[in-house]
Write a protein that binds this ligand. Structure first.
Ligand SMILES: Cc1ncc(COP(=O)(O)O)c(C=O)c1O
Length: 740
């Protein structure tokens, strides 16, 4: 959102108000476009940083003028009240239909990149003027997307359809609240009346999700729960301890019992993108591949989505939704209830309530139907060990990274071992690496009998410091293993310069760095050999697995031999149809080959790397915005030569500003059910390395300082917006509490 210019039509409504507040907080530039001068004047007082345009969506010229240079249009202007629309049908069509046409035309003429039309569940099976006009506006946006594609315009038009927003201006919650606070009786006209509901905050998250994910032509929805209106009244009455509820069972004319968010026909074109979002693909999406790549773990929704297949909210959930997740009322209420406010702010470690009920891991894989399909294919193929799927995975990775050769193995550790072995490094040789890495990096050096020589790291990137490398080079030094910590690339030009100067080999440990770029080029081809890991917490997974990329034919051959005992033939050549039984062992190798199942996972996962990366970046954006104003935290640095894969999001705490050290902060965050972690305990602090190589604490002060203050926050593509919000909430809560 940072510095994005966002124009909201109808921006003085309840959506516009809330969105303006959120987007300004996120560092965006907000322009309110509406015809209501009075409300604009009120909003200006509250949001002096926002810009205000008096304008009507029925006025194309004015829209064209105001949307120049805009990055996002959120089209919220509409006539929304069912009764008013019925009585003013031509005006409703002018605003809702002509208005949408004008927004599309203005966006196309100004090349606006993202345009979102806010629509409603009533557009699914329209029963009146309002629903019909919204259904028409959705079609206009889909048509806009098609036009943009045909004209080669950069505009992505999407619809965002939502159900009833609790606590929006004039909503039933507001009405009930007032009656109950006055100790009067709320009348519910029918016990059977139910609605799909969501909160204003959820709508804003869906808008953000749409801004980040829109391809053009889709309609985005939130899977909403069902609320029985009588339950709402009863829950609110019990919560407030005031007023009464009367249920009449005589539904009013024109009132519907329930709601539908998605028609049966639409469900055939609908993907479920995350736990909470659905996306209806446009009819013109002849190929779904772009969407599959984007949405990863997806499947088609089954049948229409309405109150009959959504979950009912219980009393506790209703109150949470009304008072905790919907803003203004919550704040008003909490101002009267300081005791509740107190416990909400108290860390769980100190007796407060945890931010979430279930544990959120720091990382986990995301697999779906594509992975299942690939794995079943292998099972049915009859060939399970290294074979055609492994070859396909190797080709796919080599192509993705632009490398000549890729050799798949059963772990990243095995990959490191093969590389060091392939360079004929052995006893008496030294290999330089960083102390701030996982043990696997240093262990690979020890496996071949060589000596690991550690050098300290840069204080901002946590990567090996090239200047320190120079100081540790001896006549015995054979190679350098830089590690791209957390996905941020090392300073490769400097490292290569040193390697050339002293005739050293370079093996990059890119276990964290699939999709990382150094000076605009993907990590994978900068050195003699590069290794990646596919452990489940990594950016893509093969359950366990690793790969080596190289442009050197001889090194590639040696690595292939190493993975099957150092013999000249692999399984296919020994057991396949045209196999010859002879074989010869030429070098000492190991049993490091990858199975077809692992490769099957890899093939499916690699197709999703772009989508996964985007999800990671979205969460990182959120974290950076939320934490940048907290002086107690040091956030990850990104150098101008770097594009990070964001494998990790490590924060560091400034202990001197808190009444808690790093370990206490970890305890506190874990008590909130946030699965934080530490990457890494430096190599030289482990008993084995101290005993066998004489390292001791104090040897690498920068690595130790980073280690003592670092905490890895959860970051993985499958995290929902809510998960990320929970992390932010927990960090804020604990920092606020322990602040000196
Ligand atoms: C920096 C680094 N190098 C190497 C490895 C080893 O990879 P694997 O777990 O696939 O053996 C890891 C794994 O965590 C790692 O983080």
């Amino acid at each position: 959102m940072q510095n994005k210019k966002i124009l909201i039509t109808g921006g003085t409504g309840s959506f516009g108000y809330k969105a303006t507040q959120k987007f300004l907080q996120a560092g965006a530039e907000v322009i309110i476009y509406s015809r209501d001068e009075y409300k604009q004047a009120l909003m200006k007082k509250e949001f002096p940083d926002a810009k205000f345009c008096i304008g009507d969506v029925r006025d194309l010229e004015r829209l064209q003028e105001c949307t120049q240079g805009v990055a996002v249009i959120i089209h919220a202007a509409a006539m929304k009240h069912v009764d008013i629309c019925e009585q003013n049908s031509s005006e409703a069509f002018k605003t809702n239909v002509l208005g949408s046409k004008n927004v599309v035309a203005a966006a196309l003429s100004n090349d606006v990149p993202v345009i979102i039309n806010l629509s409603a569940d009533k557009a699914v099976y329209p029963a009146g003027i309002y629903g019909e006009s919204k259904a028409e506006s959705e079609k206009i946006f889909v048509e806009g997307a098609r036009k943009a594609k045909v004209l080669g315009k950069p505009c992505r038009f999407s619809n965002l359809r939502y159900s009833n927003v609790l606590s929006s201006r004039g909503s039933v919650v507001e009405i009930f609240e007032k009656i109950l606070q006055d100790d009067k009786t709320v009348t519910v006209f029918d016990d059977k009346m139910i609605r799909l509901v969501l909160t204003q905050n959820q709508v804003i998250s869906l808008v953000e999700f749409t801004i980040n994910n829109s391809l053009g032509g889709e309609t985005y929805l939130i899977k909403s729960p069902v609320l029985r209106i009588s339950d709402l009244a009863t829950a609110m009455q019990q919560h407030l301890g005031k007023g009464k509820v009367e249920i009449k069972n005589e539904i009013r004319e024109g009132e519907k019992y329930d709601a539908v968010l998605l028609s049966a026909e639409e469900s055939r074109r609908t993907l479920i993108t995350t736990e909470s979002y659905l996306v209806i693909l446009p009819e013109f999406a002849v190929s779904l591949s772009g969407y599959h790549e984007r949405y990863g773990d997806n499947y088609f929704a089954q049948g229409e989505y309405g109150t009959h297949n959504a979950q009912y909210l219980n009393n506790e959930e209703i109150i949470k939704m009304v008072y905790e997740e919907s803003d203004e009322l919550y704040n008003q209420h909490n101002n009267h209830n300081t005791e509740k406010q107190g416990t909400a702010d108290l860390p769980a470690l100190e007796g407060g309530t945890p931010v979430r009920d279930t544990h959120l891991p720091y990382a986990t894989q995301w697999t779906g139907e594509e992975e299942k399909k690939e794995i079943l294919e292998v099972l049915e193929s009859g060939w399970l060990t290294t074979g055609p799927k492994v070859q396909q995975f190797e080709t796919d990775i080599a192509e993705y990274l632009g490398a000549k050769y890729a050799i798949a193995l059963n772990s990243g550790t095995a990959a490191l071992h093969c590389c060091v072995g392939a360079l004929d490094i052995g006893p008496g040789d030294e290999v330089i690496t960083t102390p701030f890495t996982f043990l696997a990096t240093a262990n690979a050096i020890v496996y071949v009998g060589a000596t690991p020589v550690l050098v300290d790291v840069e204080e901002d990137t946590y990567n090996i410091d090239p200047e320190e490398i120079r100081k540790k080079i001896t006549p015995r030094t054979k190679a350098i293993i830089p590690v791209h910590y957390g996905g941020h690339p090392c300073n490769m030009d400097e490292i290569k310069k040193i390697a050339e100067e002293y005739d050293l080999k370079v093996i990059e440990d890119a276990a964290h760095a699939l999709s990382t770029e150094y000076k605009g080029q993907k990590i994978g081809t900068h050195s003699d050999m590069v290794i990646f890991s596919f452990h489940p917490v990594k950016n893509i997974t093969t359950a366990e697995g690793g790969i080596i990329t190289t442009n050197d034919e001889e090194l590639a051959k040696r690595c292939v031999m190493h993975r099957t005992h150092g013999i000249t033939k692999e399984a296919m050549e020994r057991y396949g149809k045209d196999a010859n039984w002879t074989y010869d062992m030429q070098r000492l190798g190991h049993r490091y080959n990858m199975t077809e199942f692992q490769a099957a996972l890899g093939v499916a996962q690699l197709k999703k790397i772009g989508f996964f990366q985007q999800r990671r970046e979205g969460i990182v954006d959120k974290y950076q915005q939320a934490f940048s104003s907290m002086p107690e935290l040091i956030l990850p640095t990104v150098k101008d030569y770097a594009k990070s894969s964001w494998h990790l999001f490590p924060i560091r705490i400034r202990e001197e500003m808190l009444n808690a050290d790093r370990n206490k902060m970890i305890k506190a965050l874990k008590a909130e059910n946030i699965g934080v972690n530490v990457h890494y305990i430096p190599i030289h602090m482990h008993t084995y390395y101290q005993k066998n190589f004489g390292f001791k604490e104090g040897d690498f002060p920068k690595a130790e300082k980073i280690y003592s203050s670092i905490i890895t926050l959860p970051l993985f593509p499958k995290m929902s917006e809510q998960d990320a919000d929970d992390v932010i909430k927990a960090v804020r809560k604990t920092i606020n509490y322990y602040r000196r």
